[in-house]
Design a protein around this ligand. Structure first.
Ligand SMILES: [Zn+2]
Ligand SMILES: [Zn+2]
Length: 318
């Protein structure tokens, strides 16, 4: 096998199939290996190991850098709720924030896009606001969400009862937090990115975010979602380089998943079939830690080599 062009790397497409349980085994023709032994070309194995280690170092530096602060569907030690940090500055969901970023990194976060108002997706906002104020930083953090989500934040969290109203602290003209309403399917531009909210089906009003960079690379983050048709019909027409999609529960809890607006591996498969174009990579987030192993083995049963489960602390290059 010839030398792999490291700069280009092997795209996920060329990886897909190579590691699928159906096609991953290659004949042990070279090197006199025992019959039936799995043989991967050395370079391909190297790439696989790097990706398995969460480094993705062979992807171009210029690609979007997305750090997984948390990707769990519950909180336990070493299991943090959802938070995805783009280029150190734009956060998608704030379930994990001040509990995993040191102060200097926290102060770089200036934009937070919230998918919905459930506590495991907003938890870090009030604590970040407090740290900005206590650190005597003069900057303001912009929180984005659809109007119903912002209303829930204002009414139930930043209500001067559960937590101080940081939308008027220290001054109403220059508050620590500003709440910015988004319209469904209407993009906003932030730091050179185009961010568009799309409705998803959850137990409360919720959106997922399509994020596109100047090179037309893109990812879609679902937040929490159950089966949803219209969004896939809209964004499934186009090339998505990374789909970050939730799978919270195992197949045996399908009924509960439908009731609470979540997915199981079986339901995920149905969602993917709704997309005309399969995403380049599929990253699964939000599993309940109690069912992690079951969900993992059920996902492996889908035989999708382009799919992997995310881990806290991992950095993706999309
Ligand atoms: Zn939720
Ligand atoms: Zn959640």
């Amino acid at each position: 096998m010839g030398k792999v062009n490291l700069k280009k790397g092997l795209g996920p497409k060329s990886l897909s199939g190579l590691f699928s349980p159906r096609t991953g085994r290659q004949p042990a023709a070279q090197g006199g290996q025992a019959r039936g032994m799995v043989v991967f070309p050395k370079e391909v194995m190297y790439i696989y190991l790097l990706e398995a280690a969460g480094e993705n170092t062979l992807f171009e530096e210029s690609r979007m850098k997305l750090k997984v602060l948390g990707c769990s569907g519950a909180t336990f030690p070493k299991h943090h709720p959802p938070g995805f940090l783009l280029d150190d500055r734009i956060l998608f969901d704030a379930g994990s924030l001040t509990d995993v970023l040191h102060e200097e990194a926290q102060m770089k976060v200036r934009h937070i896009f919230i998918t919905h108002a459930h506590l495991d997706h907003i938890l870090g906002i009030p604590f970040l606001a407090d740290n900005v104020l206590s650190g005597k930083k003069a900057h303001s953090v912009k929180v984005f969400g659809i109007p119903t989500v912002l209303k829930a934040l204002r009414r139930n969290l930043l209500n001067s009862s559960i937590w101080p109203d940081f939308t008027v602290i220290p001054h109403s003209e220059r508050p620590v937090l500003s709440l910015n309403a988004l319209r469904i399917q209407t993009p906003v531009r932030v730091n050179g990115y185009r961010v568009t909210p799309y409705r998803v089906a959850h137990s409360v009003p919720a959106v997922g975010y399509l994020v596109e960079d100047k090179r037309n690379r893109s990812f879609f983050y679902t937040g929490d979602t159950g089966p949803t048709g219209p969004t896939w019909r809209r964004i499934g027409q186009r090339k998505i380089h990374g789909l970050i999609i939730e799978v919270s529960l195992p197949n045996s809890m399908g009924e509960m998943a439908l009731k609470t607006g979540h997915l199981t591996p079986r339901l995920l498969r149905e969602e993917l079939l709704k997309m005309k174009e399969m995403p380049e990579r599929i990253y699964v987030t939000h599993p309940k830690p109690q069912y992690f192993k079951t969900i993992k083995s059920e996902l492996q049963g889908l035989h999708l080599s382009r799919l992997c489960m995310l881990r806290d602390g991992q950095t993706l290059r999309i």
